[in-house]
Design a protein around this ligand. Structure first.
Ligand code: XMP
Length: 506
């Protein structure tokens, strides 16, 4: 495996994904918590950072300890760091170097640049520049404004590059990473969905033996893939629980339950709609709604789990981005919404936790799910928040409002599918606004509620842009909703991006 040491760059996870796209396993660790470097580690990548090496509080890492034994690739800050603390000098660059540049000079026959043509476009993003390097450093690539665009410490496998090979604007970035990982570190490219499945199932078998595991399914990608992996490892000893909280999409509970049963999972469905509606009655505050839903979910789940005799493990679909320890960069980011996640947190149940997907990124979970033969309908679906439609009904939640929203949402989503745009949208949903407006239907004046349509493009939900859906499609959806959903006489489309808006309205 490869260790990626994180110095707080926004691109660190992208480096990891690129490494894994080459079918090589890697782990991200904070620069100040480097794990034991044993034989399984074939090389180290140092990430970029929002810090400058010239700052007093700049993050430090003793690279010298490793650089004679292991290949090291420093990217941006990582490159500056090694240059600065190894006899060179890093200065603020006179102009901020940001954006595209070309490698006008590449040292011939250097392994790191194998099959990277001269002139290759790279992506720069830095405010500092390496002004001077020590005598045992050699420049191996330059752009017209950045002389030390890449260096090698002579006679070692330690390299520094000033540009970002992980972003797609660095045209040959993937080739460069492959050169480092395969030719220099000697990694073999055999970490594939199939090999992951094989080793994970073997590990789960060894870890769980004849123990019983209880797992909450949500209908989402992660819990479904986790369940199928566990099922293949321990069969009927996996007890799945699927709770109908009355806040799912229209007919979703039944259809998802059917496909889980079809997959052979040992699953118990629980109709707990009323308990959730009772708990939500009269609550309008979004965070209070989330808390009420979280509390009832745990109660319902706990009751159901207690019916499984002798269960000792709780299975969860936690994925890698949830467990990567982040390097805190200048102040904690404020909690904007508490993201209660279905399937989480009943720690009073005193169960040991098993999380078969906690080394995978979301796209890898999908690939593993595909290799496991899971229904593409489950793998390809949009993310859906744990509190469900409760946070898409502004203000208090009643079964009647849920019913109206479910109808409108179903019309919306079905049209996205039949219009061929569902897969191009990252997430979509209808929102019920507690606003009444005047309309006219036939000869009658109406005074009814408003449905807002939301559709966004995003990579990870952290930032998002609203989708430019075709007008004709919007017109069709609006007509269908107003003509078919009683209580709605107006449909609007949300054209806000995140930030400053959020994806959900609550
Ligand atoms: P926001 O509204 O914060 O949403 O831009 C970002 C992503 O998170 C989802 N979301 C939630 N997911 N529990 C969840 O499991 C929650 O309470 C919650 N709130 C928002 C939202 O659907 C989007 O994908």
């Amino acid at each position: 495996k490869i260790l990626i040491l994180d110095f707080g760059s926004q691109f660190t996870q992208l480096i990891a994904r690129r490494v894994r796209e080459l079918n090589i396993y890697c782990e991200i660790h904070p620069f100040n918590k480097v794990p034991e470097v044993d034989e399984s580690v074939k090389g180290i990548i140092l990430s970029g950072s929002p810090y400058s090496v010239r700052q007093d509080d700049a993050p430090h890492f003793e690279f010298i300890k490793h650089h004679t034994t292991l290949p090291i690739l420093g990217v941006c800050y990582g490159a500056q760091y090694m240059a600065h603390f190894h006899g060179g000098e890093v200065l603020a660059s006179s102009t901020r170097e940001y954006g595209r540049a070309n490698l006008d000079y590449i040292k011939p026959h250097n392994v790191l640049f194998k099959d990277v043509p001269a002139g290759s476009q790279v992506w720069m993003s830095h405010g500092d520049t390496i002004a001077r390097i020590a005598d045992d450093f050699e420049i191996i690539a330059s752009t017209d404004s950045v002389k030390v665009a890449a260096y090698q410490i002579t006679g070692t496998k330690t390299y520094g590059i000033q540009f970002h090979p992980e972003v797609t604007h660095s045209i040959d970035g993937k080739q460069l990473l492959q050169n480092f990982l395969v030719d220099i570190c000697g990694c073999s490219q055999d970490w594939t969905p199939d090999s992951f499945i094989e080793t994970t199932i073997a590990e789960l078998k060894a870890k769980l033996g004849d123990d019983k595991v209880v797992l909450g399914l949500s209908g989402g990608v992660d819990s479904s893939v986790a369940a199928v992996l566990l099922h293949q490892a321990i069969g009927k000893n996996l007890h799945c629980i699927f709770v109908d909280n009355g806040l799912l999409r229209k007919d979703e509970y039944q259809s998802v339950l059917d496909s889980y049963q079809h997959m052979g999972l040992n699953i118990k469905g629980i109709d707990a709609k009323q308990r959730f509606y009772d708990a939500l009655a009269g609550i309008s505050d979004p965070e209070k709604k989330r808390k009420a839903i979280g509390r009832v979910f745990i109660e319902v789940f706990d009751d159901a789990a207690h019916e499984v005799q002798g269960v000792s493990w709780l299975g969860q679909g936690t994925i890698y981005p949830d467990v990567i320890e982040s390097v805190s960069v200048k102040g904690p980011s404020a909690t904007i919404k508490s993201h209660h996640n279905v399937g989480g947190l009943p720690d009073f149940m005193k169960l040991k936790v098993v999380e078969p997907l906690n080394t995978l990124f979301k796209d890898e979970v999908r690939r593993v799910g595909k290799a496991l033969g899971i229904d593409p309908n489950i793998l390809g679906r949009h993310p859906f928040p744990g509190p469900g439609l409760a946070i898409r009904i502004l203000g208090d939640v009643t079964p009647e409002k849920v019913d109206i929203l479910q109808q409108a949402d179903a019309i919306y989503i079905n049209n996205l599918r039949s219009g061929g745009v569902y897969d191009k949208v990252w997430q979509a949903g209808a929102i019920y606004l507690p606003v009444q407006s005047v309309g006219v239907m036939g000869d009658e004046r109406t005074y009814e509620n408003v449905i807002c349509l939301r559709a966004v493009e995003s990579l990870d939900g952290m930032t998002a842009d609203w989708c430019h859906l075709p007008y004709d499609l919007l017109a069709k959806i609006s007509n269908e909703i107003i003509n078919n959903v009683k209580g709605i006489n107006r449909v609007v489309y949300d054209i806000s991006s995140k930030p400053p808006a959020t994806i959900e309205w609550e």
